[in-house]
Design a binder for this molecule. Structure first.
Ligand SMILES: Nc1nc2c(ncn2[C@@H]2O[C@H](COP(=O)(O)OP(=O)(O)OP(=O)(O)O)[C@@H](O)[C@H]2O)c(=O)[nH]1
Ligand SMILES: [Mg+2]
Length: 464
């Protein structure tokens, strides 16, 4: 299997990105790390033998030819106080691909093998230093694109989700022990488990699991950004608005209705939240094949958007095309933009609020930029307020893998509750609770199947 390798091997990899940079790092982990390093490292002064957690200055040489490869800083860190809990060596070289490749080569010739993607972190997991949810957090930290995404990942690395899951695990286990004692030793006169007590635990666990599933959706917003679709009929200024929000001329703007046909997606960071803006064709009865296709695409994007930015042209009367769009976005989280306030008004804000039922309204001029800052704040507000069921400061990091596992747990908890209502035999309830416990264990990696581990770690880059 791709990720298995022998866990007693000493692994090595270039841990920094390929390309030119100030420094680049070759990293080793495993029982041979120190021996290999001492073989290829010539300190400028002091003994050849390396001491733990000291940085040494010297050269890496190819021992076969006694040729210097690079001038480096080398750190040896003895197990167990290391990232992997094994002996680790980090060699800080000059950051050129050629240099790093040569250093890695002599390390490999010395007896290490090339690390697989995520293998360092997998070792940290296998050695018990971090659990699976924390290992995933490492990846999220590397991939975080916004401050909020980073905050969430760091929360997870500190074990936030693990703690929440541990509490649920313990409560359920308590219920299971009571039930099993009753099933296993009926002759010992143990009281029948109180249905009420067990049902309470099941209800409470179900509510918590549902809360965590909700937290996934909130977290997704911070992790992957919010998809915001700019919607309206043609010529209302959607592309002009996109350009204003991006502060550059990304989309073509003309006075011809039907200018935009493709979907244009661009991300902008608003107060730490990544907003993925989508500008698209104006929604109307298509005039030709190109527009028909554009509108079909636009409708698809509209349905996947977390937030709709509905644009209305204030300098024109509302018509059937506007109204059809109002109906189309109904039920979605929408904020309203009243554009072209630099022109004489034809409609009142109140009128549009009433027709759309949307209170969140921003008058602006996408031509001149008036009102754009207010809209930016409004977008962030709509996302954060509408998104976080548990309150902004209390996000729990839940990823898609956790969510899938939690959904299985949820289904089983509902079945178990239904079973108690119908007063089925206790051993069936016990089986369901045991399955829920297994699923909760999967989140932190106690009962995680090997394929899942492989999937998690293969998403990492080599060298992490
Ligand atoms: N006066 C004024 N004109 C604007 C404003 N916003 C956009 N326009 C003009 O309205 C016309 C259409 O703007 P676009 O941004 O292309 O509108 P759109 O909604 O993307 O149009 P389609 O792509 O055709 O659906 C252009 O001539 C813009 O300059 C505004 O706030 N004030
Ligand atoms: Mg356009």
């Amino acid at each position: 299997m791709a990720l298995q390798g022998n866990e007693h091997d000493t692994i090595a990899a270039i841990a920094t990105p390929y390309g030119e940079s100030g420094i680049g790092i070759v990293r080793l982990s495993g029982p041979q790390a120190k021996r290999i390093a001492e073989r290829i490292f010539r300190p400028r002064s002091g003994p050849r033998a390396l001491t733990s957690h000291h940085i040494r200055y010297g050269e890496i040489v190819d021992p076969a030819q006694e040729r210097t490869i690079d001038e480096v800083l080398l750190t040896f860190m003895a197990a167990p106080k290391t990232y992997t809990r094994e002996d680790v060596v980090e060699i800080n070289c000059h950051g050129g691909f050629g240099v790093l490749r040569r250093v890695l080569e002599v390390v490999l010739q010395g007896g290490a093998r090339e690390a697989l993607p995520g293998e360092f972190t997998k070792r940290a997991f296998l050695s018990g230093r971090i659990d699976l949810a924390q290992a995933e957090a490492v990846l999220d930290i590397i991939q975080a694109k916004t401050d909020e995404g980073l905050r969430l990942a760091e929360e997870q690395l500190r074990g936030r989700l693990t703690q929440e899951v541990a509490v649920l695990h313990e409560e359920l286990l308590g219920a299971l022990v009571t039930i099993e004692a009753y099933i296993d030793f009926p002759e010992e006169d143990i009281d029948s488990p109180s249905t009420k007590g067990v049902v309470e635990v099941l209800h409470h666990t179900l509510a918590q699991v549902e809360g965590l599933i909700g937290a996934y959706e909130d977290g997704e917003i911070y992790r992957d950004g919010v998809k915001a679709a700019i919607v309206g009929k043609t010529n209302v200024g959607k592309s002009s608005l996109l350009n204003q929000l991006l502060e550059r001329e990304r989309a073509i703007v003309t006075a011809v209705p039907g200018t935009t046909t493709d979907v244009i997606e661009e991300a902008v960071n608003l107060s730490g939240v990544l907003i993925r803006l989508m500008d698209m064709a104006g929604l109307r009865e298509p005039r030709n094949e190109v527009e028909r296709e554009g509108i079909r695409l636009a409708r698809g994007k509209l349905s996947e958007a977390h937030l709709i930015i509905l644009v209305v042209d204030r300098s024109r009367l509302l018509d059937d095309e506007d109204r059809r769009i109002f109906r189309e976005v109904q039920g979605k989280r929408t904020i309203l933009v009243l554009n072209k306030i630099d022109l004489p008004p034809c409609i009142e804000a109140e009128e549009v609020k009433e027709e759309t039922g949307i209170k969140d309204l921003y008058p602006l001029s996408a031509l001149r930029g008036d009102g754009i800052e207010e809209l930016k704040r409004g977008i962030v507000g709509a996302v954060v307020q509408g998104g976080t069921k548990r309150g902004g400061g209390d996000l729990v990091p839940v990823n898609l893998r956790h969510k899938r596992v939690l959904e299985k747990a949820k289904g089983l908890l509902e079945e178990a509750l239904e079973g108690r209502r119908r007063e089925i035999p206790w051993d069936l309830t016990a089986i369901e609770i045991r399955q829920v416990l297994n699923h909760l264990g999967e989140i932190v990696g106690v009962t995680t199947p090997e394929e899942v581990l492989e999937m998690v770690f293969s998403r990492f880059c080599i060298g992490k």
